[in-house]
Design a protein. Structure first.
Length: 170
């Protein structure tokens, strides 16, 4: 009879999870693979950033990038977000290295300002926190993101890392 109670308890616990909200593979309640147009656009940006070996140079124009490895983030990120990332890079280079890049020294960002991580972020799960006609706030892996609708598509407009660093996001 003990195992029957365990089975009933397990079924009840599973039902509570369904009622409370679905949990993603990383255990975050309510997180799910990308569904909405804004989540799908964000997912595409995060995965591209994770694959871009020259991300910081492509985003911040620190060093020239070979033509075959150049990625233009302007269609995916707003000008305000790019400017905020570049301003933070400039501030860090000034703070860390007197305002110019020094060979052999870590000057500026050492993580992706898009994913808020140094390594690949996974799993890619999302939770829309707020939505209007033209803007959506989405919790994602390692950060909260603001997406804005531009024409028929979506652009990343703000990033707030779990560490507290924010780019064009208050």
């Amino acid at each position: 009879m003990g195992s029957a109670y365990k089975l009933v308890f397990a079924i009840g616990a599973a039902a509570l999870m369904v009622v409370a909200g679905q949990a993603s593979a990383d255990g975050h309640v309510g997180f799910h693979p990308p569904k909405s147009a804004a989540e799908l656009a964000l997912d595409k940006i995060l995965k591209l950033a994770d694959r871009d070996d020259d991300l910081l140079d492509n985003l911040l124009h620190r060093y020239p990038v070979a033509k075959a490895k150049q990625v233009d983030y302007r269609p995916m990120l707003t000008a305000q977000l790019l400017a905020a990332m570049q301003a933070e890079e400039k501030r860090l280079v000034k703070q860390d290295c007197g305002g110019k890049y020094l060979e052999g020294e870590l000057c500026g960002m050492d993580y992706s300002p898009i994913t808020c991580a140094q390594d690949t972020v996974a799993p890619y799960t999302y939770k829309t926190l707020a939505q209007t006609d033209r803007a959506t706030t989405i919790a994602g892996p390692g950060a909260t993101y603001r997406m804005i609708q531009v024409g028929s598509g979506w652009q990343l407009d703000g990033v707030k890392c779990e560490t507290g660093t924010a780019f064009n996001f208050k």
